[in-house]
Design a binder for this molecule. Structure first.
Ligand SMILES: [Mn+2]
Length: 497
């Protein structure tokens, strides 16, 4: 079991003292599932030590650009899942106290705190040689602070954060410090680990044949074809109806035997489509660990960490982070009450109201995505270059253009990355670029986040992100140049043909 390095642990002890000694606290957290979970954990800690939201502390979910000139006017300002890469202490004075809990590449050195005349405490795993993209994320770092206070019941939020941040992307399971957090969540009885699971998205809420039809890391006969997906299940002798409730069977209903039968067949199908040297990676495309929230009802998105994280993202991407935070806050309280073998009608009904609101948001979000994906399909607008493909996402909101690119990949050539672009916002006519690709390309060692960073920076823009999901910002007139440079940069790197 990975434990926190001693020097990092010392910083956590300091962080705890900093919080306990501050009466007026402001939290800034990032606009994604990891950031929301981070914010919920920090809120959870403060409430557990008797502080009141709105009176003793406040939280704001912000985009990174807000941090370029962020005011430091509270006794203590906490930055979670952001801050390491931004000039957050620009407006600090000698009485300021700043705490950063971030897993992104740090701008400042570990001993920066010794060079300033105010309280500056930055906890970043990268200072200790811990990989911030797969061993611990923002929510995980916040949970480790909660643990310092003894609040291990907040561990499930560290798992939600890690899955939202795709920390399991490389191996299909959580590792490093994430594994330690997972163990805490399991010990608390809040998370169930499902080993060697079928790793298709939608394990609680999507009919299995629908989930299968969304498989797009390699184009298979079942990709975008629900009938063929259903035929596949029948051919394997898997019962497609759930006899208990007579609904279409879902991934979470599969018996171990049927699950393995299906996984084996999918691996065979994939192997037939890819060069033999990629065959060793095939299992990782369909198999992995799943994480269930034990207190949540089966067949709801709340039960599955991956589906839960999608709902959190739907909230923030539609400008409703407060709904996501409210749900997490109520769920913390609900778990506390359930752990005492009790039920609170008030909490249950408050949560039902929030869940209704969230359902509205998710529905509108799905509709928006589907509408745009359909439009792209109908206009046949994916442009093919030798090493990449792209489409104009004009009119698509910049904060969902990546999600849409990922969903459009199955309409194009899975052997190449797909890139979409759209205007950043009404006020800013720069372009937001998003790239998505098959996991198979990353398994072969290509890190698109690094490539897109290099290319965008050489154009005076900026970019970065994960190996298979990343993005950049460039000027409008640099579009052609960007695609040419990306295409050249990828020459010889994609060898799937
Ligand atoms: Mn993060």
């Amino acid at each position: 079991m990975t434990s926190i390095p001693p020097e990092m642990k010392e910083r956590y002890e300091e962080a705890r003292r900093l919080i306990e000694s501050s009466k007026d606290i402001k939290i800034y957290s990032h606009t994604d599932c990891d950031g929301i979970s981070s914010g919920a954990i920090l809120t959870g800690i403060l409430k557990k030590i008797g502080r009141q939201l709105g009176k003793d502390f406040d939280i704001e979910i912000v985009n990174l650009d807000v941090l370029e000139n962020v005011p430091i006017e509270h006794e203590l300002t906490i930055f979670s899942d952001l801050g390491s890469g931004q000039p957050v202490d620009k407006n600090a004075n000698k009485d300021s106290k700043i705490l950063i809990l971030d897993h992104h590449p740090p701008l400042r050195e570990i001993d920066y705190c010794d060079t300033v005349d105010y309280d500056y405490l930055e906890i970043n795993p990268i200072f200790y040689g811990i990989d911030g993209s797969q061993e611990v994320c923002g929510g995980g770092l916040c949970y480790l602070l909660a643990k310092e206070f003894g609040f291990t019941d907040l561990s499930w939020l560290g798992i939600l954060a890690a899955i939202g941040d795709i920390q399991n992307g490389k191996t299909g399971k959580l590792e490093g410090l994430n594994r330690t957090i997972l163990k805490d969540a399991e010990d608390e009885g809040l998370v169930n680990i499902i080993n060697n699971d079928l790793s298709l998205y939608g394990r609680q809420t999507r009919p299995l044949f629908v989930a299968l039809s969304y498989f797009s890391d390699v184009n298979l006969e079942i990709t975008n074809d629900q009938n063929r997906a259903l035929d596949l299940l029948k051919r394997l002798g898997i019962n497609t109806r759930n006899p208990v409730n007579d609904t279409s069977i879902r991934s979470c209903d599969l018996s171990q035997q049927d699950k393995f039968k299906l996984i084996k067949e999918l691996i065979n199908m994939i192997t037939r489509e890819i060069p033999s040297r990629y065959a060793i990676h095939a299992p990782k495309l369909v198999m992995g660990e799943s994480y269930e929230f034990a207190n949540e009802e089966k067949y709801t998105f709340l039960r599955d960490a991956s589906e839960f994280s999608t709902a959190m993202n739907a909230c923030v991407r539609n400008g409703r982070p407060e709904v996501a935070l409210k749900l997490l806050d109520l769920t913390i309280k609900r778990n506390e009450i359930l752990s005492e073998n009790s039920v609170s009608i008030d909490i249950e009904s408050d949560r039902a109201v929030v869940l209704d609101e969230l359902e509205e948001i998710s529905k509108a979000h799905r509709f928006y995505l589907a509408q745009n994906i359909k439009k792209i399909g109908e206009s046949d607008s994916i442009v093919q270059m030798k090493n990449l493909q792209y489409f104009d996402g004009e009119g698509i909101r910049s904060n969902v253009v990546g999600t849409i690119a990922g969903m459009v990949l199955s309409q194009g050539d899975w052997r190449k990355p797909i890139i979409a672009f759209t205007q950043v916002s009404e006020e800013n006519d720069d372009l937001k670029i998003s790239l998505r690709c098959s996991k198979l390309l990353a398994y072969d060692g290509v890190h698109f986040g690094k490539i897109i960073r290099k290319v965008s920076q050489s154009l005076g823009g900026n970019g970065g992100g994960h190996d298979v999901a990343c993005g950049a910002y460039i000027r409008k007139d640099q579009k052609e140049e960007f695609f040419n440079m990306m295409n050249n940069e990828l020459e010889g790197k994609l060898v799937l043909d």
